[in-house]
Structures are given as C-alpha cells and as structure tokens.
Design a protein around this ligand. Structure first.
Ligand SMILES: C[S@@+](CC[C@H](N)C(=O)[O-])C[C@H]1O[C@@H](n2cnc3c(N)ncnc32)[C@H](O)[C@@H]1O
Length: 381
C-alpha cells in the first residue's frame, strides 16, 4: 500500500506540474496531510445516486480518494441520507478539489499575518492551509452544519491548527473578528452577501464562487471600497455547492416533467451545445434567465435531452438532440416557455458580440447586487 506521505508528495508534485500550486502555498500544502481531514465514510456518485465508501472496507481505495486531485463528497442530504443502504441524493458537504483549493488560495492574495474569514469550513483542510501560512489566530471559519463544524473544529485542534470555527450562517460573516483583510467563500452564492464587504477593510479582497440557477459557476474577485461596497470581476471558472439558504429547489425529472402529451411543440436550429457547452454563453444566459435549472439526460450514443426546469412554477422544456441533426424538437409546458427564454438570452449575448466571462462584473452593497458589462456605467439589470 502506498503511504499517505508518499501520496501527499505525489499530489503536491501534480499540483505544481499543472500550475495550480504557487510557490507561496507549497509549504503549507506539503505540511498538512489531507487524509486527516477526510471522514472515514465518504460518498461517490453512482448514476443519479450517491453511495457510501467506507475506509474500514478498503483503506487503500479511501486513501486514494483522499489524495486524488478530485473533490471528495463528505456529506449528503444534510447528513440524513435515506435507506435502505443509505443512498444519498444531494451533495451537501465536500472537500473541494485540491487544485481548485490551491488556485483559489493563490487568487486570494493573502500574505502571512493577514486576517482571513473563510465561509464553509467543510472538512477544515482549507482552514488548516490558511492557518499554516497566516497563523491560526488570524483565521476564522464559519460552517452552517453543526455536525460538520464540530468535526472540523476537533480535527483542526488535533492537527495543531486551532482556528476559530464558528457554527452559523456564513452569509452573516462573523462580526466579532472583523475587520478582515480577506474573505474566501468555499461555497457558492447567487446573491452575494453584503456582510462580507462590510466586515472587510477598504482595499481588502473578497473571493466568491458565484452561481445562477442556469450556470454554476464563476469565481469573482472583489475589492472592497469604503462604505461596505465591493466591486469585482470574474477571474475563474469554479463550481461549488450553494449557501444552504440559497439552494432553492432541486430540479427533478421524475417530479417536474409532467403532462408531456399536452406540451407545446416547436423546432429550433440553435444547437444545445452552443448554449449549454460554451462557458461564456451559458454564463450570459444565466444572467438573463432566472429560476431555470438545466438537466442533461443521456439516452444513447449522441442522443440526449436537454431539460430546462423551473421547479418553483412547474414549467419545463425538453430539447431532444440526435447525432448529426440540424434541427431539434422542443417541447414546452407550464406558464413559461423556458427554451424560448433561453434562446432569446443566447441571441442577446450574441448581439452583444459574445462577451467573454472576464468582461462581466458585480457590485455588491447594502442596496443589493448589480451586474455590469465592462464597467458600472453599463448595467444589465
Ligand atoms: C465545498 S464545502 C467547503 C470545503 C471546505 N472549505 C474544505 O476545505 O473542506 C462547502 C461547505 O459550505 C457549507 N455551507 C453551506 N451553506 C453555508 C452557510 N450558509 N454558511 C456557512 N457554511 C455553509 C456546507 O455545509 C459545506 O460544508
């Protein structure tokens, strides 16, 4: 069996080789054995279900998961999976992919001695890396799930990283330890909380994975101005689970796609890949079309259906793709014509000359969140 330390060295080498580990963070990553932070039961995807993997059943496989450059699912269904066999449906906590963690740490531009607030403690691994480099006394981490928070607090303590782990809603930040120099969210926000700007000193940096119902996600790097306002641009492509209270309703084909016989039928020549598969297009569509969740259902080689679901209103659309086809049948049901909305948003993005992700920006203040193209004088909402 390959030892944990050899696996850690291998992970560090891989992260350096692919350019995801900056020299400033290499020492911290090498000093923190990741497997100490991973629970003995983790989960893996099996079709549309999540099934457990127990360390006691296969230590080698479990260690392999701990040191792969992949996310590890550490909690499903808020810690309450159903039986028999404890099958989960929704990922509710994970150890993020190491390459994402280390590239976000580089993007945070945190230096030793800075005070940092992390949102989403999860396993505590990221908090331990911050503690290694900045000093544990400078790190506060907020976790909404009490069991996850308790476990992370204990592991951080046991591994010599006595970070302040606060159990609570990270959307409120943690005022008692403010002001911070940096805030890093390791959980996605659709509405970015202004508390994070208000609790960061002017000139400080706030890093947030930002998601819409249609598109997950984009990494936004904000700079905080005076008066609790922050402005930022998209600097990367990351997908995270949502802040618990912003999760909304999960889309379910079984529950939401009903009354197919009564659906309105049309055809489109817009290829679904152009909308769903092109990052910049999908991001822009998400800015225009709210409450629309895409689900791809593979039927056979080259054949798939793109479902668009509004689980709040019960509207849905299905676009059937067949290999080599130039036109696609669209069925739409409910109060909204979801495909028509998505296609209109795609045409809008096209007419804007197809802006790339880095041209979109966000301003967050007590008044709310505003999206703009290139600069604040060009708002889209
Ligand atoms: C991707 S995991 C974080 C990974 C973590 N940083 C690590 O190193 O393992 C996201 C975490 O955010 C937590 N979370 C979700 N909503 C939250 C909220 N409103 N406040 C604080 N934590 C939240 C989840 O329970 C989950 O543990």
């Amino acid at each position: 069996m390959i030892s944990a330390s050899a696996r850690l060295a291998g992970l560090v080498d891989e992260l350096v080789r692919v350019g995801d580990l900056s020299p400033g963070w290499q020492g911290a990553v090498s000093a923190v054995p990741r497997h100490l932070f991973i629970p003995d039961t983790v989960w893996k995807e099996d079709g549309d279900r999540l099934v457990p993997v127990h360390r006691a059943d296969d230590e080698d496989a479990w260690l392999g998961l701990c040191y792969a450059n992949e996310p590890v699912i550490t909690q499903v269904d808020d810690g309450d999976p159903d039986g028999p066999g404890l099958v989960g449906h929704e990922i509710t906590s994970s150890a993020s992919r190491p390459g994402v963690v280390t590239s976000m740490l580089a993007r945070l531009e945190a230096e030793p001695g800075m005070r940092v607030l992390e949102i989403g403690t999860g396993t505590g691994w990221n908090a331990a890396l911050l503690a290694e480099r900045l000093g544990a006394a400078n790190v506060t981490s907020v976790e909404v799930d009490p069991a996850v928070a308790d476990r992370a607090r204990a592991v951080l303590e046991a591994t010599g990283h006595p970070v302040a782990v606060v159990t609570g809603d990270g959307a409120s930040g943690h005022p008692p330890s403010a002001p911070y120099d940096r805030v890093i969210a390791t959980v996605a926000a659709q509405q970015v909380p202004c508390a994070w700007a208000e609790q960061t000193r002017p000139g400080g940096r706030v890093l947030v994975p930002w998601a819409t119902d249609f598109h997950n996600g984009a990494l936004v790097a904000f700079t905080v101005a005076h008066g609790g306002v922050m402005r930022g641009r998209i600097v990367g492509n990351v997908a995270f689970m949502r802040l618990r209270e912003q999760r909304g309703i999960r889309a379910s084909l079984a529950r939401d796609v009903r009354d197919a016989a009564g659906a309105r039928r049309t055809f489109t020549d817009l290829h679904p890949y152009d909308v769903m598969g092109e990052y910049d297009a999908s991001l822009a569509v998400g800015l225009r079309v709210a409450r629309c969740k895409p689900v791809i259902e593979h039927r056979a080689e080259g054949s798939y259906t793109v479902w668009l679901i509004d689980p709040w209103s019960g509207s849905w659309a299905g676009l059937a793709h067949e290999a080599g086809a130039a036109k696609f049948e669209v069925r739409q049901q409910g109060d909204r014509d979801l495909w028509d909305e998505v296609e209109a948003a795609y045409r809008w993005w096209d007419r804007l000359d197809r802006p790339t992700a880095d041209r979109w920006g966000l301003t967050v203040s007590r008044e709310g969140q505003h999206v703009w193209l290139d600069d604040e004088s060009n708002p889209i909402d």
